[in-house]
Design a protein around this ligand. Structure first.
Ligand code: PNW
Length: 433
């Protein structure tokens, strides 16, 4: 059965950051630092999903999805990132899981969508190898409680974005600016993934995946310097995370003057353990040119000539077909079934109070990308699911509440949810199959 779903993440929707024993996450800390997030927004209340989740499940049920991708907040489960579980934290996801089961919506739970317990960041976060072991311990605690009812597990969400924005460039929590010295944060996340897979398997968890955000890389020209730069970008964005997981080895990084000397014997055996699927998040392609300054082996040339979303991201549905057929060409039989675990776009609100948001640009975006998935499937890629980012307008990280990705409008002053035109459109699209 093809999985049709919506996706969310804990810090982006839950709010209730100080309730029921939840510990502090790096996003609580980051959002309190002046100048980090647009308009000083925080996830303190967000969509108040922690209290309003029954309403959100009803929205999904009415929409007709058969799966829901959400993430579990590590600081709710282990407030300090280690040791004894916080029962109230586990209870919340237990209730959510039971309610999904009752509605016939298959849970797809992401264990880490960037809200690391602050106590672990204080010890170096993902730069510290110990965090990988802490992550596995946390995965075991969650699986002990929920593995019997959650059919799909996603260890990490987009380790590339977490490394780059969190540790290399500093626009996301924890706000570090290490540039290429951030690479250990990639390896330690992947090691955490591998160790967590072992714990999930030991507890009979159903399907186990990792979600990488992948982008087709377009060289800005046929100039050899641009071609080499595009190859470097493809290596550092896509292959750095897909190769170790699917092939059990890292791509050669020596040409870029960096090394992964934190890798130890046996790590890649864990990281390369077989998976039941690859989660792919796709938003847009990337166009790359030769470097313009020292430090990075490429520069972003910008994709031009396409419509853009409110975020300014180019809308290129065929990029998703290209990405999927490219993954198949590169990994062949080593590519497990693919699940599109996120795809969607931001669009500003133009509706007055009580009006439906008529988000025709989002409908066109989703329609184009679903068609691209069908085309990739017709070209031989085993794609088994498609999750729209996102069910609700939510806390869009450094952009705060200014970028709205929801199928459902949220009035952040009152918490009121109102389905947009795209919600009704998607319901019909799913019913059509
Ligand atoms: C994803 N980029 O992040 C995340 O998984 C979501 O939490 C997020 O809300 C969504 O996409 C929309 O941004 C990304 O700049 C952040 O290429 C940035 C990029 C891609 C994905």
């Amino acid at each position: 059965m093809f999985l049709w779903g919506t996706a969310t993440a804990s810090y982006q929707i839950e709010g209730a950051v100080a309730e029921d024993g939840r510990g502090v996450s790096i996003w609580d800390t980051f959002t309190r630092e002046p100048g980090r997030v647009r308009d000083g927004d925080t996830g303190d209340v967000a969509c108040d999903h922690y209290h309003r989740w029954p309403e959100d499940l009803a929205l999904m049920s009415d929409l007709g999805v058969n799966s829901y991708r959400f993430s579990i907040a590590w600081p709710r489960i282990q407030p300090d990132g280690r040791g004894e579980a916080n029962p109230a934290g586990l209870d919340f996801y237990d209730r959510l899981t039971d309610a999904l089961c009752e509605k016939g919506i298959a849970a797809a739970a992401t264990l880490f969508h960037w809200d690391l317990p602050q106590a672990l960041e204080d010890e170096g976060g993902w730069l510290n190898r110990d965090t990988s072991y802490r992550f596995a311990e946390y995965a075991a605690v969650v699986a002990d409680r929920l593995a019997d009812r959650i059919p799909m597990w996603i260890t990490l969400n987009e380790p590339f974005i977490h490394m780059v924005y969190g540790y290399a460039l500093g626009s996301h929590a924890p706000g570090r600016t290490l540039v290429l010295d951030a690479l250990p944060a990639a390896h330690h996340q992947l090691l955490g993934h591998g160790l967590a897979v072992r714990e999930l398997r030991a507890r009979g968890a159903g399907k186990v995946l990792i979600t990488n955000n992948c982008t087709p890389v377009w060289p800005a020209s046929a100039d050899p310097a641009d071609l080499a730069a595009a190859d470097a970008y493809d290596t550092l964005h896509n292959r750095l995370f897909n190769d170790p997981v699917l092939l059990g080895k890292y791509p050669d990084l020596s040409a870029y003057g960096v090394s992964l000397d934190c890798v130890r014997n046996g790590d890649l055996d864990l990281i390369g353990a077989p998976l039941d699927g690859l989660g792919v998040n796709y938003y847009n392609p990337t166009r790359i040119a030769a470097p313009t300054d020292e430090g990075l082996p490429f520069s972003d040339a910008g994709v031009t000539g396409y419509p853009v979303t409110a975020f300014g991201w180019p809308v290129v549905p065929d990029g998703l077909r290209e990405l999927l057929t490219g993954l198949k060409a590169r990994y062949g039989d080593a590519l497990p079934p693919v699940y599109i675990t996120e795809n969607g776009c931001s669009q500003p609100d133009d509706a007055g109070p009580g009006e439906t948001v008529d988000d025709q640009a989002r409908i066109a975006y989703l329609d184009g990308h679903i068609t691209a998935v069908e085309q990739a499937a017709a070209e031989g890629v085993d794609v088994r699911g498609y999750y729209v980012w996102s069910l609700l307008d939510n806390f869009e990280w450094a952009e705060g509440y200014s970028q709205r990705f929801g199928l459902v409008h949220v009035d952040f002053a009152t918490g009121t949810r109102t389905p947009k035109a795209s919600y009704h459109w998607l319901g019909q699209r799913i019913a059509r199959g």
